[in-house]
Design a protein. Structure first.
Length: 278
């Protein structure tokens, strides 16, 4: 019995010494891990702010894109810090990196459509085929740009509706930007029947264009005969206006053209009425 008690005491003392050694060893590991976490967290926040400020100073660099890259840098630093912390406890970093790579591949396959939208959003923000406030038109969507995000672009249609378009649908199709250039051209067509003066019609079209202050004088308005046949000819008025008021200008010009034709028709009728019949 005494021998058994002695063996138990010896085993207990050995276990305590081993536990104390492990406690001392892991206490240093825990302290080192905490220090790494604190330093890594501060470094990640500092690098994020530094990257965002540096990218924002680049002329033409979008703020959304700067925030995305700055956030990506922060998360990369935090992942590296976590790997180093786990290494403090004897975990094989190679296994961790392999697991992260496999997890990233699985997530990439699962979120393939989302990643396509992110890649398209980055390209849209870098190349800038359109900006906020511009009116665009594609084969699938049209409207005024409200916001350009990494996943989707928000638009307001001409009839006041809200539309959300995934970036991949905007990147893979031709885009017509109606607001990119400061001026736009417009044409009005008039059919001149046989027997009426083409020169008078051209003069009337030029007077209408010069009578609207929104029609630009450089390039100057021009008229020309577009098509002709035995019975009629088509005369066109070509003029330029500011993109900001192009829609209103074209509508008012069309209205002015109709009023001018009505006035000329009334004048012709009045002349025919006043002419005495032989």
């Amino acid at each position: 019995m005494e021998q058994q008690a002695t063996d138990i005491i010896v085993a207990s003392q050995a276990a305590l010494r081993q536990a104390s050694a492990l406690a001392v060893q892991y206490s240093f590991s825990v302290i080192g891990a905490l220090i790494l976490l604190i330093i890594g967290w501060l470094a990640a926040a500092f690098l994020q702010r530094w990257a965002f400020q540096g990218l924002s100073r680049i002329r033409g660099f979008d703020a959304t894109l700067a925030g995305f890259f700055a956030g990506a840098i922060r998360y990369v630093v935090l992942i590296l810090v976590m790997v180093m912390v786990l290494g403090q406890f004897g975990v094989q970093t190679a296994s961790i990196l392999a697991a992260l790579g496999a997890a990233g591949l699985a997530i990439g396959l699962a979120l393939q459509g989302t990643l396509q939208n992110i890649a398209a959003g980055i390209m849209l923000l870098v190349l800038r085929p359109f900006r906020v406030g511009e009116y665009i038109e594609t084969s699938a969507v049209s409207g005024t740009i409200i916001e350009i995000g990494l996943f989707a672009t928000e638009l307001k249609t001409s009839d006041g509706l809200y539309r959300l378009a995934p970036n991949s649908t905007l990147w893979n199709v031709p885009i017509t930007n109606h607001s990119r250039f400061p001026t736009r051209r417009h044409e009005l067509s008039v059919t001149v029947p046989k027997g009426e003066s083409i020169a008078e019609t051209q003069d009337m079209l030029l007077q209408i264009a010069r009578g609207d202050s929104r029609v630009l004088l450089d390039p100057a308005p021009a008229t020309f005969v577009d098509t002709a046949s035995a019975d009629s000819a088509t005369v066109k008025l070509r003029y330029w206006a500011q993109s900001s008021n192009w829609f209103a200008t074209t509508r008012d010009m069309t209205k002015a053209l109709k009023l001018a034709f009505d006035e000329r028709a009334a004048k012709v009728d009045a002349e025919e009425t006043s002419t005495p019949t032989p």
